[in-house]
Unconditional design. Sequence first.
Length: 121
Amino acid sequence: MSRTEQKISRIQLVMNNDLLHPWTTKELGRLVSLSSSHFRKIFKDETGTTPLQHLKKLKLHAAYFLLTTEFLSVKEVMHRVGITSHSHFVKDFKEVYGAVPSRIERSVELPGNHSSISDKK
């Protein structure tokens, strides 16, 4: 693995482990001793997306997971993954998953029972 790939992998791990932190490109670049513009360029060259677009995808993926595995409100899910704008969340989520967050089916296995409960909100 090249040094650049190591830096990108490190940053991806850092972002994934702290979705609640309000990351900036400048701050992420500083973590791997690069200017924000150089970091943004090499990140995009390596991954095909900017660091902040990647972070948004991580947050949306985490939100989808929570919506499909937990009985949480959309507001609580947003809070848990560090998303503050409801309108942007709904728009971005629908763009990626084809449905608004409130329409994602939640299902849980009942303890001691092999049936499941589904809830569409």
